[in-house]
Design a protein around this ligand. Sequence first.
Ligand code: PXG
Length: 463
Amino acid sequence: MLDHPETSRNSFGFDWQAADAAHHLHPFSDHRALHQGKVKIITSAEGVYLTDDAGNRILDAMAGLWCVAVGYGRQELVDAATAQMKTLPFYNTFFKTATRPVISLAERLTRMAPGDLNHAFFACSGSEAVDTALRMARTYWITKGQPSKRVIIGREFGYHGSTTLGAAAGGMVDMHRQGAALPDFAHVLPPYWYGYGGQMSPAEFGLYAAKQVEAKIHEIGADHVAAFIGEPIQGAGGVIIPPETYWPEIQRICRANDILLIADEVICGFGRTGRMFGSETFGITPDLMTLAKGITSGYIPLSAVLVGDKVADVLINQTGEFYHGFTYSGHPVACAVALANLDILESEGLAARAERMGVTLRAKLTEALADEPIIGEIRGTGLIGAIELTADKRTRRFFDKRGRVGTLCRDHCFANNLVMRAVRDTMVFSPPLTITDAEIDELVARAKRAILATQADVRSEIQ
Ligand code: PXG
């Protein structure tokens, strides 16, 4: 490894943290606070483990950023990229041209997808996919002679990316405050039973939350609403898993009011929830579906919008030119990697495995932790889940200054060589779908140490 440029620079005492602080602006970071500590430099990864430059072996219970479905170090993906780079590293899909990988992927994704999502548009990130889906939804209504149908309804704590349309559709108020609030976007209560369900049963609350969408549509007027967008499970918002009653009712409300239903499956897609798509897990057939992350397991940037026949028919046969696209729409190397990634997902049955291992993970977390006073709830679907930290487990009361205890716990996780994210005071996890029983035991042992250390820190605040 000595001839590797990073290693050789290291061996000459190059200060990576100082260079990072001096020149690198990180996403979603308070830069000054970030560089008061030192950034962790990740140097390699294998399976579910990361290695940092101090030689620590860190269990990545976040699969990168919810994306490394097939685990790190898969030679098949390297080989697919290498072969495609040698044959045709790039060609565009703008001017009456296409490449074989993009055609194969469009055909394969639409075959896999539920309902009549028979058409695929490609981009590079989840944000671009969301932006594309929203542009398609509005173009659909404009083409149909109903341009007043423009409003997009999303949800509080929804996350739909960081382009301005995506951020406006999402419900992250801090993003809105920094210039990403736009007219013609509205937000409703998320189906967050633990936080907002009060005395209602989850089933009752699911219907109650869905009715908020109906109320919002009536308030705005259905003739002004283009689409409802939602993640089947809200990931970045804290792994908010809706009660079973929620999504079917949302679908009914959208259809009854002639509003397009967009499922943002950037996190849920490709097996995470125990089925290939979150829409299948929750029994819905959206008009548009956004995909990214697990589509290539994060090995290379790629995203897609799958478009149902109703919208596609209008776009294809009536809109004329759809003025939208990216240089790298359908990048052949990314598509080749996606195809190899789908081979692994299917041949190793990773969606079914996620279902199975998710049950095991939750059972083991529950056994190890459920009786601790700080544990409010342990929830999950497939291999996406959350642990609520609470000041009073009987009343589900949150700690004061939300986010403080979650950050403490996140740091204890890091100190125990475990990556878990804190969203407010909710610990979230979404490990690679390839995680083994032994690795689950390790994850639970490390999480237990971190959570008990957190509990000790804030014991006086817990009922
Ligand atoms: N939709 C959903 C549902 C997402 O989770 C995006 C769109 C945007 O994807 P891109 O590829 O543009 O980032 C996402 C991304 C976090 C975190 O900390 C979550 C995401 C991205 C970065 C951080 O939970 N989700």
